[in-house]
Structures are given as C-alpha cells and as structure tokens.
Ligand binder design. Structure first.
Ligand SMILES: [Fe+2]
Length: 359
C-alpha cells in the first residue's frame, strides 16, 4: 500500500486504529480481569524457582492469590488461596494449614515455565493455547534445562497493554541507542511479524552485531542450544507475556494489571542449568548489560511506557492511535498490533477502536 496522505486517510472507509480509552477506562480494566485474565493461561513462574520439595512461589492473577508448590516426585501444582504467604518460601505445612486451597490447572511447558489458569475447566491445553508461537525457539529452550538467575519487578503507572505494545512495535527501537548501533542492518529491517492463533505473535530473528557497541562483545560462544550465534527471537503472547531470546540469555516478562494505569511487571533472566560458574557469570553480564536495571535497554522501555501512561491516564481525553502500517509484515508493519487488538476485541466483546460501546 502506498503511503497515505491526510486526504487518503480521511477517505479510507476503514482506517485502522484503536482508541486510547482502552488504556485508561476503569470499567474496561475490570472487564479485562474478568473476561481475559481470569480465563487465559498465565506463565506465573519458572520451575527452577521451586527446586525442592515444599518450595512455593506466589503471584496474583486477576487480583486472586495464586501459589505454585513443588510436591513429591518433582510435580508442581498450583492453587487458589484465600490467604497470602510471603512471596516465596519452603514451609509447606504452614501454607497447607493457613487457608483454604483450591487446586488450579497447571502445566510445566515451554522451557520449564509454570503455567496456570483461574479457569478450572480450560478449553485448551497450554500447547493448544500457545498454538505454535514457541516453535521458533523450542529447540533452544527445551533442549537443556534452564535456570532463573535474575529476578526483578517494576510497578509502573501505565496500562499493561502498553507493555505489550512496546514489545510488539519496533519503531520505538529508534529510541534505544544501543539497538540502533548494534542492530539496524538490512536483516533487522527484514524481520517479520508472524501472527498465530489466540493473538500471539513472533518476531523473527536476525544477527545482532554486539561488537559494534563500545565495550560489548560477541555472544556466539554461549548461544543457547541449536541457536545460530547472536540471534534474537521474540515471542509476544496474548494478553501480555513476553519471551525474549538474545543469543546467550533468555528473558521472560509477566504482567499483572493493578489498575487501568498501573501494572506490575516481573522480569526473569535465564541461563542453562549445566552452566559452569564462569559461563553463568558471562551470561549474567550479557543479560544485565541489556536487560538489567542499569542495562542499555530495559529501563528505556520502562521510561517510555511510563510517559505513555502519563498522557493516557484515567480522565485524559481519548484519542485514536493509528495501526495502519502495511509493509509486507516486516518489522515496522503493524500486523502484530492489529492481530493482538483483534483478539482483545473478541475476549472483550467490543472493538478496540470503539470501546465506549462496552459501557
Ligand atoms: Fe524497546
């Protein structure tokens, strides 16, 4: 499609856009908890965070308290509980007797993630739900056991979907000096957005030239299994979970919406369980130099979405946000955003372009 001038935009009968009300409206937020977060599979933690019998880890899904617990024979089970323990621990007997527990569906899949859902009778398995979105990195994350070496969380005054969006659209990459220096080559611009069922999207890989950036080094030597050197894949999972494989380190983001303009994001970094201490140190350095709190990338995204949150907070004037770029599904084509918001509309029973109808 040729570039559209103002006239073309106003003539076009179906201009592709969403309305910013979806980021600021309180009743839509409540509906999202009920219609989406209470139904979907959530990657709540990683099995390596529960190495021993009785280890548990908590999270909240749609404001409900959820525990993942390691049982006999290595089995991980998840529970809805009316009382909240410390964020993590090992006192199984204490947790058992401290409140009523309801068992939830649980699967350990896709690189050892612990998946659970508040839907006690889910219509799909995790594999059916993810629908092939992990295939591109399956050989890299499922060949060797992974281990979490990094965890931090951020509570940001922004809508959870804006965190999804920053992981999905790539023109904001111009904001990242490191990415501009190390990544903007022909291969980068040829990356494709690949939509999957249920609103998920892959971003295909390309080779990052780390040595282009002063003080950084090639990461080929510690690449994940079966991954060509210095490749970078992304899996954007509906409704807002992100998986990011940059050669020698893997990252997952889990979002917990706390309000229309507040989100908790949990960041995990992963290496391989079989790493030697030296290998692990190198992976940690690679991970933290980009995705740590003082790295070259992640905090810039957090600042970006906090700014968006400020301009689209509750009570601000709604405006339309264009998603109209069509560029053969390459990196700046908004096919991934359109795919995601079409799915969001299905779950919400309302179009993202006209959410006021939901009220
Ligand atoms: Fe970014």
């Amino acid at each position: 499609m040729p570039p559209r001038n103002h006239k073309a935009w106003t003539n076009e009968p179906k201009i592709e856009y969403i309305n910013s009300l979806i980021y600021s409206d309180h009743s839509l937020y409540e509906q999202e908890l009920k219609n989406i977060f209470s139904k979907v599979w959530v990657p709540m933690c990683h099995s390596s965070e529960l190495p021993n019998l009785g280890d548990y880890r908590k999270t909240q899904i749609a404001l409900q308290n959820v525990l993942a617990v390691r049982f006999e024979n290595g089995v991980v089970r998840t529970f809805l509980t009316d009382k909240m323990q410390a964020p993590a621990g090992n006192d199984l007997s204490l947790t058992y007797h401290s409140g009523s527990w309801t068992e939830l569906p649980c699967e350990v899949k896709h690189g050892g993630m612990v998946w659970t859902t508040l839907d006690t009778n889910p219509s799909m398995s995790v594999d059916e739900w993810t629908g092939g979105a992990f295939d591109c990195i399956a050989d890299a994350i499922d060949t060797e056991e992974m281990e979490v070496f990094h965890y931090h969380k951020a509570v940001i005054n922004t809508n959870y979907k804006l965190w999804h969006d920053t992981n999905s659209e790539f023109y904001h990459d111009f904001m990242h000096y490191f990415n501009r220096v190390s990544g903007f080559n022909d291969e980068y611009f040829a990356r494709k957005n690949i939509p999957f069922d249920n609103g998920h999207v892959n971003v295909s890989s390309f080779t990052v030239n780390y040595e282009e950036y002063d003080g950084f080094e090639d990461r080929g030597e510690l690449s994940f299994p079966n991954l060509p050197p210095n490749q970078w894949y992304m899996v954007d999972l509906f409704p807002g979970f992100n998986f990011n494989l940059r050669g020698s380190a893997y990252r997952s983001d889990s979002v917990t919406p706390l309000g229309p303009n507040k989100v908790l994001i949990e960041f995990r970094g992963y290496g391989l369980k079989k790493d030697t201490p030296e290998e692990r140190q190198t992976r940690i350095k690679h991970h933290n130099s980009i995705w740590g709190p003082f790295g070259r990338n992640l905090h810039e995204d957090l600042i970006g979405v906090a700014g968006q949150g400020t301009t689209m907070r509750e009570g601000t004037e709604p405006r339309n946000i264009l998603h109209g770029r069509h560029e053969n599904r390459t990196i700046h084509d908004e096919v991934g955003m359109r795919h995601y918001y079409a799915e969001w509309g299905k779950w919400m029973g309302v179009e993202a372009s006209n959410p006021a109808l939901a009220a």
